[in-house]
Design a protein around this ligand. Structure first.
Ligand code: ADP
Ligand code: MG
Ligand code: ZN
Length: 644
């Protein structure tokens, strides 16, 4: 199905075939091995020839043969000796290094007369033979090594335009406008209306650059897409290329990070050159924060390679002719860490923010991804959209896919609403761990813990209503309480934060109250609520005592500008912050404790039901509340609350 093909933008073609991926590393190693074997075989052949191999015999044999008068001459060369027989054959042997031949032979009882009849010739070890035998075994490997090093360094410098050796990494990927399978257009991107409007201008320019140039308009060089992970930045960039029908060269910032110094810069140079030749074209640098972090702060250890790569990108962008028809797009989810030099006019001066999708957009994205999937009659995508606030486009695509997998596993031909609902939780919380069976006591503790969260969330006016409570472990959590707001929230108020903290404390309080003991199960809750309380004091100005001021929470310093600088504040301030955080948590604790004691009957009923059935859905949950004298929240109640 095409839509899922489009989900994988990574497998494009390589830029310009001659520079392509090149023969892979195994082929190269194999070739080196073959060359090496051939060389060593050649060496031993030549050596045998030079040493004109003849039969090797023990020295005692030579001695006997001298005694028998068969040998006419002996040539000594170092420790080896060659005996020439009367029939002109030769035999070789070896003697001890220290002793002279005559000494050795007399040791073998050779008579001096017989020995005198033999012509003994002592040669210096030297000449070609000597040099060949001693030097070649040392020189050849050394030369080979030098050869390989030279070859590699040439490859790495990327000189000569030949890049056969790329360590298995590919260069920029290219999606050409003719590639129907990989082509993406704005139709494939659901929602993101503002971003599309902004980008339409870029599309217009790429389609018809003349119109803009004639009227003297300065053409944008760089467009920076900013947004949370999975919001469709990469997809949108590809869609711009698809809409305009121009080639799309993409490379990811993270690919530069672990490379050798200089490689990144030369790749950038190459990439820009290739793109200019193909103009009009788009160059897309994904995850540009990996190379574009603020330079020279020493944060992250000052990576030379990164700086060089970034510099090269800037140099290339500055070097564009005024009307170069190449547009550089980049994406990041950390615009806050980008080097200001990147954002200067003439560089990435167009910035497009992509928000998480709202309810309508989520429905559209779900619809887009449901195109190739047969949906059953009971499927209502708007309900799924309602239940997935905070999901990104990628999460929703993932959700659809999980649902299809569920249906396929159960051999069904259509997706049902239940498949989708189960997939929400899977995407949100990780897969159920059915193998992780709680023992009786753990089960009870978890049930009361979750009931604690659930009852506080149901009673406090600014907390979100409960959709589901479960004591089946998922991901790291032993159980979970799923609460969802009635509407998407763009802002959060102080009262909501306070109720959230109380809800988080509900589990802890429940354990303490029922078992007079605590487990490690509450530790994640405590982390979350503590950092929320700290943010209220240090970031949002929600503490009356500290007032409307933003602090660097870790050091109690007031923040200025981007928060990197700022005067040191006294210990006193840090202490006051800690005190305020504790105050907030204490008051929320009291509130949550009150709720649980007042509604103990409902609280215990929920816990008991959980031990029995393990998972309670919203309808069932509200019935339990009503039966125990708690009125469930309705959407209208929330809307009529005074603005918090
Ligand atoms: P980002 O680059 O922002 O992290 P991607 O562009 O890689 O996100 O998105 C990942 C996947 O999520 C896409 O391939 C697509 O399947 C899906 N997706 C994200 N946003 C949308 C959207 N607005 N419409 C349709 N699909 C989307
Ligand atoms: Mg991306
Ligand atoms: Zn909890």
């Amino acid at each position: 199905m095409p839509s899922s093909n489009k989900d994988k933008p990574k497998k494009g073609k390589n830029v310009s075939p001659p520079k392509g991926e090149g023969p892979n590393i195994w082929m190269q190693l194999g070739l080196a091995l073959v060359v090496f074997l051939a060389l060593s075989a050649g060496y031993s052949l030549v050596r045998d020839y030079v040493t004109n191999k003849s039969e090797e015999v023990p020295l005692s044999q030579i001695a006997t043969d001298i005694d028998a008068g068969k040998i006419t001459a002996i040539t000594i060369e170092g420790d080896s000796l060659t005996a020439t027989y009367s029939d002109k054959t030769t035999k070789t042997s070896r003697k001890e290094s220290e002793a002279s031949l005559t000494q050795t032979l007399s040791g073998f009882q050779v008579s001096p007369e017989k020995l005198g009849a033999v012509a003994i010739d002592i040669k210096d070890e030297g000449g070609i033979r000597f040099w060949f035998l001693t030097l070649v075994p040392i020189l050849v490997p050394a030369l080979l090594l030098f050869g390989v090093i030279w070859y590699l360094s040439r490859q790495l410098r990327g000189g000569g335009g030949m890049q056969a050796f790329t360590f298995g990494r590919s260069l920029a990927r290219l999606i050409s406008p003719e590639d129907e399978v990989q082509r993406v257009t704005f139709k494939d991107v659901a929602g993101a209306k503002e971003a599309k409007v902004e980008l339409t201008e870029i599309v217009d320019f790429l389609k018809n650059p003349k119109k803009f140039i004639q009227i003297g308009a300065r053409i944008p060089k760089g467009v920076l897409l900013m947004g949370a992970p999975g919001t469709g930045k990469t997809l949108l960039a590809r869609a711009v290329a698809g809409e305009a029908g121009v080639p799309f060269f993409s490379i990811s910032g993270s690919e530069f990070v672990e490379m050798f110094v200089g490689v990144g810069a030369s790749r950038v140079r190459d990439l820009f050159q290739t793109a200019k030749k193909a103009a009009p074209a788009i160059i897309f640098v994904d995850e540009i924060d990996a190379v574009g972090r603020i330079r020279g702060t020493g944060v992250g250890g000052g990576n030379d390679e990164r700086e060089q790569t970034l510099n090269q990108i800037l140099v290339e962008m500055d070097g564009f002719e005024p009307n170069e028809k190449v547009i550089v797009m980049a994406a990041t989810n950390r615009p806050d860490v980008l080097d200001p030099a990147l954002l200067r006019p003439g560089r990435f001066d167009r910035r497009v923010t992509i928000d998480l999708p709202d309810r309508k957009d989520r429905e559209d994205i779900l619809t887009t991804h449901a195109r190739q999937k047969p949906l059953g009659p009971d499927v209502k995508l708007f309900v799924i959209a309602e239940r997935t606030p905070g999901f990104s486009g990628a999460d929703l695509a993932n959700l659809m896919n999980e649902a299809a997998i569920l249906a396929a596993r159960e051999d069904r031909k259509e997706l049902t609403q239940f498949d989708l609902i189960r997939s929400i939780e899977k995407v949100m919380l990780g897969p159920e761990r059915t193998s992780h069976v709680l023992n009786r006591r753990e089960k009870e503790i978890t049930a009361y813990h979750e009931a604690g969260h659930a009852i506080v969330s149901s009673v406090l006016p600014y907390a979100d209503p409960v959709h589901k409570v479960s004591i089946i472990s998922r991901g790291r959590a032993a159980g979970y309480t799923l609460k969802l707001p009635f509407d998407d929230k763009r802002m959060q108020s102080k009262k909501e934060f306070l109720d959230d903290i109380a809800v988080s404390l509900g589990g802890y309080i429940a354990e303490k109250m029922m078992f007079d003991d605590l487990t490690t199960g509450a530790s994640n809750d405590l982390q979350v609520l503590t950092s929320l309380a700290r943010d209220m004091v240090t970031l949002y100005g929600m503490s009356d005592k500290m007032g409307p001021m933003a602090f660097d929470a870790s050091r109690g310093r007031a923040m200025f500008g981007n928060g990197l600088e700022g005067g040191e504040r006294s210990e006193e301030v840090a202490k006051q912050i800690d005190h305020e955080v504790k105050q907030i948590i204490d008051s929320c604790y009291k509130k949550a404790e009150d709720v649980i004691t007042t509604h103990k009957k409902a609280f215990v009923a929920i816990a008991k039901a959980l031990v029995e059935v393990e998972t309670i859905e919203r309808d069932e949950f509200e019935k339990i509340l009503i039966a125990n004298g708690v009125t469930p929240k309705k959407k209208e109640d929330i809307e009529h609350q005074p603005l918090a």
